[in-house]
Write a protein that binds this ligand. Structure first.
Ligand code: COA
Length: 297
């Protein structure tokens, strides 16, 4: 049944109305149940200038995502979301063998129908918050990115692979299927045919094939992965921060709305950017043949 005029139904915000401009809270307190960053057991956050490096740190289980890892990942991105210092995030896994070898099979084995839905919805929520993170998030993938690990990389805006990276969705071999957005995001990224093949065979794809099908932006030696990830992200963070943020917003919102609405929103945001100091600085710098000094305003 459609919406009846006059009925008690909140109006659906348009694309433009739903875009949230940067809001800097005076301070950010953990919400109920959220951990302070210093209390995280499985997630490390380090910094390189304006880049935050988020490392999933459970190498003895190939960084498999148990409930706690998923919750801490959500907490980490929640806290970074409110941090004005961050211009980009690298997400990676500890150890040499894996980015993330999937959801924790020991936990999944205990699921029933109801808790299965819950497991999927919680993971989807955290991965969606990464996909809608307002600054670029790059997955630096060394070793296995399987199941939930592959889905996590798919939820990031960019992916860079080490030569030893292996991508795959082996869930069907366990009698389940991807439940953290993998049945949707893989096809959107690499096309239906290849996504169907990867999902139904459960076989792994090596780094070169991942590059060939457009799953990753590049393949680099394992020992250079982090440095090359930083270099790739810095090609983005040297640009106007508001422009980068708004471009991300337009690209990801456009996936969910009709073309006419997406185009209208693009035009409005294009106009909005024309009012920023960053636009004046970017264009003046070009005309004066110097590098721009963006302020993010
Ligand atoms: N969940 C829980 N534990 C996992 C895991 C997962 N998804 N992936 C790896 N581990 C654990 C192993 O059980 C092992 O723990 P143990 O030492 O306590 O026995 C440890 O991590 C190392 O893994 P191991 O299998 O010994 O390494 P390997 O090099 O022989 O094989 C993989 C690596 C990735 C091929 C293999 O671990 C694997 O197939 N993992 C499951 C991948 C998967 O199906 N993911 C989707 C889940 S929905």
């Amino acid at each position: 049944m459609g919406w009846i005029p006059g009925a008690l139904c909140p109006p659906v915000p348009t694309f433009v109305e739903s875009i949230q401009l940067p809001i800097t809270p005076l301070f950010s307190e953990p919400s109920a149940g959220r951990k302070l960053m210093s209390d995280l057991q499985y997630i490390n956050i380090s910094w390189d200038g304006e880049l935050a490096i988020v490392t999933i740190d459970r190498p003895e289980k190939l960084n498999a995502l148990n409930g706690e890892v998923i919750a801490e990942l959500g907490d980490a991105f929640d806290s970074l979301r409110h941090d004005d210092k961050v211009l980009g995030v690298i997400l990676t896994g500890a150890g040499q063998k894996a980015f993330v070898a999937g959801a924790d099979i020991g936990e999944l084995a205990k699921m029933d129908a109801l808790s299965g839905v819950q497991v999927s919805r919680v993971g989807q929520g955290v991965f969606r918050s990464i996909e809608r993170f307002p600054k670029p998030v790059l997955a630096a993938v060394g070793g296995f990115a399987l199941g939930g690990g592959c889905e996590l990389a798919l939820a990031c805006h960019l992916r860079l692979a080490a030569e030893n990276a292996r991508f795959g969705l082996p869930e069907v071999g366990l009698g389940i299927m991807p439940g953290y957005g993998g049945t949707i995001r893989l096809a959107r990224l690499i096309g239906l045919g290849r996504a169907v093949e990867l999902t139904l065979t459960g076989e792994m794809m090596d780094a070169d094939r991942a590059y060939a099908v457009g799953l990753v932006s590049g393949v680099v030696p394992r020992e250079e992965l982090l440095d090359q990830a930083k270099a790739l992200l810095r090609k983005i963070t040297k640009n106007g921060p508001v422009a980068v943020r708004m471009a991300l917003e337009c690209i990801y919102r456009a996936v969910d709305v009709p073309l006419s609405e997406a185009l209208a929103a693009e035009a409005s945001i294009f106009g909005l950017l024309a009012s920023t100091e960053d636009m004046k600085e970017g264009m003046t710098a070009f005309l004066e043949k110097r590098k721009p000094d963006f302020k993010g305003r």
